[in-house]
Structure formats: C-alpha cells, structure tokens
Design a protein. Structure first.
Ligand code: MSP
Length: 498
C-alpha cells in the first residue's frame, strides 16, 4: 500500500440477520474514517459486504422452502437499504456468493494445499451447530455454545499451529497490529496455549451451501475460511495486481470484539501460509449494550436504526453513535441519552450558533457576511484555536479517539457561543456596527471550520450549514468565509426534540 492510500473494511455481516444498531455502528465508524481520510486528500477504499454461506443460511432457506441463493438475494437488500439511509459511502460491496470471490477462495485453498499446509484427518469431537465449528471440552462446559453434538468425520485441516511463533512475533514487533492494547494482550494470552490446527472443511453430506474445495469435491469450505478472504478479493487479489498493490495491506480491519480470534489469529496465519502481507491493523471495538446486555437478535433487544433515523434524522443518529462510544469500550444505548445529546450538543450548541449568526447578519448586514476588520484579543483567541483545531482533530482520529475529536470540536463551538454572549453583537450593533460585524464574522468563521471538521460525522447537516454561510468546501485555513457574500436561507439545523 502506498503511504497516501487508505483502505478500511467492516466485517461482512451474516446475510440472515436483520441489521441492527450494532452492525450500523461498525459500518458507520468505517464511513466516518473513510470520509475523514478523503477530506485529507488521501485515496480511500472502503469495503463492506455480506457473508452468505454456511449452515444458518442453508437452514433458513430450507425453512422458507427456497434455494439458498434466492434466500440471500431476498435478504441482501435490507443491508443495502440501511447503508443508503445511513449515507454510507462504501466503494465496494462484496457478497461471498459472487464469482470473483469464489475464484479467490479456491485459489488460496489450492496454494495452501499445494504448499502442504492442508492435510486430511479423521476427527472425532464435540461440534457446535450454532457456531458451525468443533469445540473443546472446556468450551462446551463454558455454556457459551449451543446445539452441541458428538461428531466423527473425515475433514481437512489447516496447519494453523505451525504459525503460532511467527504470529506472536508479528504481534510483538508491530504494536499497532491489534488495537486497542487490551485486545492485543488478550490475543497474546490466548496464544500462550498451544495453537490447534483449524478444521477448514465441511462434508457436503452435512452442509452443501459453501465454496467447494478445489481438491475434493465432496467438501465445502468452512465459512470463516471463505469469509475472511473477502478482504483481499475486493481490492483485486488474483484479478487486478495493480489495484491489489495499491490497497493492500489494509489500513484497518474494523471489527467488534466478538470476532477477535478469527481476525487476529485465523486470518493472519492464513495470510502467512499463502505468503501475503498482513493487514496493518485490526481494531476491535466494544459492544452496544442495552440494560447491561449486548444488543443482539438472540437477546431480543435490538434497536432498529431505520426507525431511529425516521424519527430524528440520519445525522443525529450518526452523531450520537460516534460521540457516545469510547472506541474499545462498551457503550450503553438509551433513547434518553440520545435525546439529551441531541438537544444539548446539536440543538443548543451547534444549531443555535448558526441561527444566531445568520439571523443577525440577515437583519443588520443585508443578509451578507460582514467585514472581519481588525481582530481584538478576544477574536485572536478564537482564531488561533480554530487554526490549531484541525491538527488536533487529525491526531485524535489517527489515534482512533473519534469521540474525543468530536468533543474537542464541540467545546470549541461552546467557547464561541460564550464569546457571543460576552460580546452581545445584538446590542453592540446599535452602537458600533463595525465591531458587531467583526464578532459575527469571527463566530461565523469558527462555525464554518467546526462544520468542516464535523462533516465526516454529519455530512448532510454540515453541508446545509456551509451552504447557508455560502462557504462550501473543506478549507481549514482561517478566512474561508468571504465578506460580502450572500447568506442563503436554511431550515433550523437541529430543531429541538421532546
Ligand atoms: N459474518 C461474520 C463476520 C465475518 S468477517 C470476515 C459476523 N457477522 S455478524 O453479522 O454477526 O456481525 C458481527 C459484527 O457486527 C460485530 O463484529 C460488530 O462489528 C457488529 N455488531 C453486532 N452486534 C453488535 C453490538 N451489539 N455492538 C457493536 N457491534 C456489534 O460475525
């Protein structure tokens, strides 16, 4: 990957599930990062998609009495519609049932087989139908696995254990490979035990909805061995060398903490065996909880993002999810905290500043941006903070402190509101129109810079704001607001909600 390109992925979601706020979160996080990097002028590739093979899909299709492919085609639009509604700016959407993907999975399987890293063995052990994998006695006792049965069958195994030392070394020498730090330690802890080989086949007699092994047509591939490969299929592995060179290794695989082992252990060892560079970073975020439980279909406490968007608008939902979660920790979703954030941050602080500034400019300056004039101490403080804010936000985003980056910008907006209170341009304009113009110019320009910095999080409403100030574009230098240019009419940015 060249240093100016940025490649970010989300997990590919099980096509069977109805997308909820948890899926929306990871996708949104990827979207915010992608938009942020695009704004910096970096070439960006943002991949998301669907995981369509495996037992659960096969069973669900059987239940509906349709072919699995038909079932997938029926379910897939639910995700695509949600991503459209959430204004997700993905560059590619991959489905594991696509031809381009099957070709790569079979290519990798054949390479790994030819190099001797896949072998055949008879295996007898406990199998969790719900997790679609063999489990150890200890795992069975943990109570975390459902539908457990004894199975004895011939299967193919990937020599994952062979790469244990190499993986430990890689993790230790690349401190950013697994983030945050506590997840890295968790994986290193897991790797203290001997790493078993991985069963990567399922006999067709038991499951046929998968990608056939190129070296044994009686078997299909284990769904994770298939799914993980999506991250290299999309940028062009085995199909477009230039594109693959350009994007790989990925900058970030964003995942929830539930799928850390598959990403931080299975995936890198698969890549090592296939002689492909490892991704730069795997970042595992925490869970959205409701009343202490993970939001999930099986718990039955899902929040439907669509109805939230319909009720409050897409940007407030995006804002809340990004502002409320400290990346790496769990966060609590409550409608009360959503409404509180909306009213205090968006309606009172952000929206209110625009309406004050634009109303006063319209009333006293013929609806035009006034002259900025000679700045006094108070304006110089705001200007200097505005000039350093971009760098501060950039550093925080690079450290994956999205919530802090947002809060830093909101604090700036609050300080500008305070400056407005103190300078009272609505009074000042009666005595000194030039001075009041200076105050309004300064507040408007600070607002413009804040909107540019918040645009990856709230692309829509910040665009309305920038249009209202007649200052579209992503310039972060002080002075982007042009004195004399006409303000545009706009609806209230964030009407208060009850
Ligand atoms: N298909 C696999 C991933 C294969 S990637 C090669 C899978 N799919 S999933 O549909 O179950 O999605 C899991 C992901 O959804 C989590 O890793 C996380 O990104 C997101 N979330 C689902 N529920 C969540 C919460 N309650 N909170 C936050 N995110 C969670 O696993």
């Amino acid at each position: 990957m060249n240093s100016t390109s940025f490649y970010v992925t989300t997990p590919i979601y099980y096509v069977n599930d109805k997308p909820h706020i948890g899926h929306a979160y990871t996708t949104l996080l990827a979207d915010v990062l992608a938009r942020y990097h695009r704004n910096l002028g970096q070439e960006t590739f943002f991949l998301t998609g669907l995981d369509e093979h495996g037992q659960k899909v096969q069973q669900a299709a059987e239940k509906c009495g349709v072919e699995p492919m038909k079932h997938c085609d029926k379910m897939a639009p639910r995700f695509i519609e949600l991503w459209d509604k959430l204004h997700i700016s993905y560059d590619d959407f991959i489905r594991t049932t696509e031809k381009r993907h099957k070709k790569v999975v079979q290519g990798i399987l054949q390479n790994v087989y030819d190099s001797g890293d896949i072998y055949e063995n008879e295996y007898e052990g406990l199998y969790s139908v719900s997790e679609e994998r063999f489990i150890t006695e200890k795992e069975a006792e943990s109570g975390e696995f459902r539908d457990i049965k004894e199975l004895k069958e011939k299967n193919y195994f990937f020599r994952m254990g062979k790469y244990q030392e190499a993986l430990i070394n890689h993790i230790k020498t690349n401190p950013k490979f697994i983030q945050p730090e506590h997840r890295k330690n968790e994986v290193l802890g897991f790797l203290k035990q001997p790493l078993n080989d991985l069963c990567i086949s399922r006999p067709k007699s038991r499951l046929n909805w998968g990608i056939e092994l190129p070296f044994d047509s009686d078997y299909v591939t284990y769904v994770w061995f298939d799914a993980l490969i999506n991250y290299i299929t999309a940028p062009g592995f085995m199909s477009d060398d230039n594109s693959f060179q350009k994007w790989w290794p990925a900058s970030y695989h964003l995942i929830g903490k539930d799928i850390l082992t598959t990403h931080a252990v299975y995936w890198p060892t698969m890549l090592m065996s296939a002689n492909i560079e490892l991704p730069k970073s795997i970042f595992a975020h925490g869970w959205w909880l409701m009343a202490e439980s993970k939001i999930s279909k099986s718990v039955g406490n899902v929040v439907d993002p669509i109805s939230l968007i319909d009720d409050y608008g897409v940007d407030p939902v995006r804002y809340y999810l990004m502002r409320e979660m400290v990346l790496g920790q769990d966060a609590n979703f409550t409608i009360e905290s959503f409404i509180k954030r909306y009213n205090s941050d968006l309606a009172n602080d952000f929206g209110n500043l625009l309406s004050r500034v634009s109303t006063l400019m319209k009333k006293n300056y013929d609806g035009k941006i006034p002259e900025s004039g000679e700045l006094t101490e108070a304006e110089l403080i705001i200007k200097s903070k505005g000039e350093s804010l971009g760098k501060l936000v950039k550093d925080m985003i690079e450290e994956m402190r999205i919530n802090d980056a947002i809060e830093e910008t909101m604090q700036y907006i609050r300080s500008v509101n305070k400056y407005m209170e103190e300078s009272a341009p609505w009074k000042l304009v009666k005595e000194d129109k030039e001075a009041a113009g200076r105050v309004l110019y300064t507040a408007g320009e600070a607002l413009r810079i804040s909107a540019v910095l918040l645009s990856p999080v709230m692309p829509n409403r910040t665009e309305i704001l920038l249009e209202a100030l007649n200052a579209k574009g992503g310039n972060l230098d002080w002075g982007g607001l042009k004195s004399g240019s006409e303000l545009k009419d706009h609806k209230p940015l964030f009407p208060r909600v009850k």
